[in-house]
Design a protein around this ligand. Structure first.
Ligand code: NAD
Length: 321
């Protein structure tokens, strides 16, 4: 069995590796050769923690396993990350555990890769302005990955607490992009691509603020009740997702579907665009929206990629198990 501790992940896997792994698994899901098992998530009644696991099987790439973890709000005070996760991979032929992989950085990389893939396949080719909503832990990963997908000329950003935009500004500067703090009206008027990555339970971005032709990647909503954009915007947009069942139950689409503004059958999977079975964006004026809910198969894909890279570089820690 291979063990890959959290502190080894950064040196092993690049954004490009994560992009390739997630693109492959989205394609596999759309072909029906990979599927996610039902998600378990429980308030455990100890340390205010939410604990659960996401699991699945990708028959095409033989990735079987689960990501286990959750949210411990008291961790920050102990110098630990609040979100904790570990990926367990199993040999699909024998059921034996083949790897245990630290999942914290991988979660950020796979989530950013999903947004980046949506931008690669759905944003207008001439997109110049990137709009960021949210400035938490995930936001810098999102900015770095998405910024690589088009010839962006600047970043405009909004956060509920503007003081927290500093780290996003640093990431934009590192990517060689001028950075501007703006209102939501200004952000929508300027941005050709918008990423939302917040923990909001009420719409932040309104339909009227989004201009025709924009691509919106909604990445924060991954729980029932969360919401980042107005349901009317979801109704107006051509919606793509990682998994339709999650989009309508815990994703950004849950509200538009519950209100009858959007039908489940109107929501396409991004993997179908990757496979060439869906045309994706059909016109320059169309608003496209990626509802990135985050699936277990993404975690397995990046963990397996990290294990392969560790083996190829001869740095994998192997134990008898
Ligand atoms: P974080 O706690 O570091 O940052 C939270 C961000 O949300 C901050 O910018 C904060 O200002 C903003 N925010 C919180 N409540 C808000 C409100 N009511 N209105 C406006 N803004 C608000 O969190 P993070 O690690 O950056 O994660 C952000 C979100 O992404 C979380 O909700 C998390 O569950 C979700 N997430 C999704 C995936 C996925 O695959 N889709 C993966 C990882 C995390």
């Amino acid at each position: 069995m291979i063990i890959l501790p959290e502190n080894r992940i950064a040196e092993l896997i690049t954004r490009a590796d994560a992009f390739e792994a997630i693109e492959k698994v989205f394609a596999s899901m759309a072909k029906g050769s990979a599927y996610n098992f039902p998600v378990i998530r429980e308030a455990i009644g100890h340390a205010d923690a939410l604990y659960g696991f996401k699991s699945g099987f990708d028959r095409a790439n033989l990735h079987l396993g689960l990501k286990s973890g959750g949210y411990w709000p008291g961790n920050e005070a102990k110098g630990l990350t609040n979100h904790q996760s570990t990926v367990f991979l199993f040999d699909a032929d024998s059921g034996r555990c083949s790897a245990v992989v630290g999942g914290n950085l991988l979660t950020a990389l796979r989530t950013a890769a999903a947004a980046a893939i949506s931008v690669r396949y759905l944003a207008r080719p001439d997109a110049k302005v990137l709009g960021m909503i949210g400035a938490g832990h995930q936001s810098v990963f999102q900015l770095r990955a998405v910024a690589e997908q088009r010839d962006f000329e600047r970043v405009v950003a909004w956060n509920r607490d503007p003081a927290r935009l500093d780290r996003l500004e640093k990431a934009a500067t590192e990517a060689g992009l001028p950075f501007e703090r703006v209102s939501l009206d200004e952000l929508g008027a300027a941005a050709d691509v918008i990423v939302t990555i917040t923990s909001s339970f009420a719409p932040i971005l309104m339909d009227a603020q989004v201009k025709p032709g924009t691509h919106v990647a909604c990445m924060g909503t991954d729980t029932k009740g969360k919401q980042e954009v107005e349901a009317v915007l979801v109704a107006r947009a051509s919606v793509f997702t990682d998994e339709v069942a999650q989009a309508i139950s815990i994703g950004e689409s849950q509200h538009a579907v519950a209100e009858g503004r959007k039908q489940e059958a109107e929501i396409a999977v991004l993997g179908a665009v990757i496979n060439g079975d869906h045309p994706g964006r059909r016109s320059d004026d169309e608003v496209t929206l990626f509802d990135g809910t985050g699936v277990g198969l993404q975690d397995l894909a990046v963990a397996a990629a990290a294990v392969d890279l560790a083996l190829a570089k001869g740095v994998a820690l192997e134990v008898e198990f």
